[in-house]
Write a protein that binds this ligand. Sequence first.
Ligand SMILES: *Cc1c(COP(=O)(O)O)cnc(C)c1O
Length: 371
Amino acid sequence: MSQSFIPISEPSIGSREEELVLAAVRSGWVSSIGEYIDRLESVFANFCSVKHAIAVSNGTTALHLALASLGIGPGDEVIVPDLTFVATANAVAYLGATPVLADVEPDTLCISPSSIAKNISTRTKAVIPVHLYGHPADMDEIQNIATTSGIKVVEDAAEAHGAEYKSRRVGGLSDCAIFSFYGNKIVTTGEGGVLTTNDDSIASKARHLRDHAMSKQRRYWHDELGFNYRMTNLQAALGVAQMERIKEFIEKRAEIMQWYRELLDLTESVRLNATKNWAKSVYWMVCLEVDWFDEIARDRFMQELRTRGIDTRPYFCTLSSMPMYAQVPLPIAARKSQIGLNLPCYFKLSRIQVERIAREVNSVLDEMRPQ
Ligand SMILES: *Cc1c(COP(=O)(O)O)cnc(C)c1O
């Protein structure tokens, strides 16, 4: 049995990926025009049951493009969860708008609808629910608040390809959505992202802005401030091959989650991700929370696992704790961010490796458990 180091995440790049990327290289279409861009966009739109998918350079630019396409700008407020990857808020700030932080739900870790409602002001233009760690946010509740208040909803589904809310896939549950294809996400293109929407005008605006807002009638005429947020055909080739395998990627993650549930010594105070009965999570990350941890104990636990050859990562730091977005802490997000960590979860992880991880986690927790 190999006692090698187990990383937190690792992509699965197989012979099909090699085949399509090589075909893209040999075709000469190495830049942002080519058949794989079109194929990836059409496969991904089908996968999410949406009309439009627009491939872009990464998930962060997808968010920036989505908000720009909705006309968000200086003076506007956009509500985002306090517990998320920093890109969710940065995309708002890039446009000169203000991210307003909402707290999260204690079980799903996703943005709390009641906290959204409390933060709506006359300046609020949109809310960005994040399907954190692969679990969908409570979209009906959020959509109700948004409709009542006349604001837009942008799903940040960067971590949730294939997740379902009440049997509907994320990506088509709101005005528009974004996904990331970074190397550790559910499927990867190396770097990459995609914007999905059923709205024809958002789609055409996003395509326009993605390509420097260049006029279709007059070349090198740009009618507004645009970006180069295009994906390359090489990346798209990788993405097309990955999308052929997405079902098995998701199934394997669910299986790994089951292994952890079975093998870890779980109690009320040592918990894994909860999944709501209306949700299908894709378990982008396995989440472990220990009630008797504080931040120091959590970090010591992670350090101890590392010396035993197992990589983990802490939950995201709250946005409200960072200099750009500093404000009073939001209680649930703050607490979760201190006591939570992620365990390895990726396609290549074997049952034997999960057994070894579980054994070490159980044993370190035993040593650390207060008497
Ligand atoms: C990964 C991620 C992003 C950004 O995606 P990149 O492709 O890395 O730019 C945005 N939001 C969330 C929640 C993410 O996890």
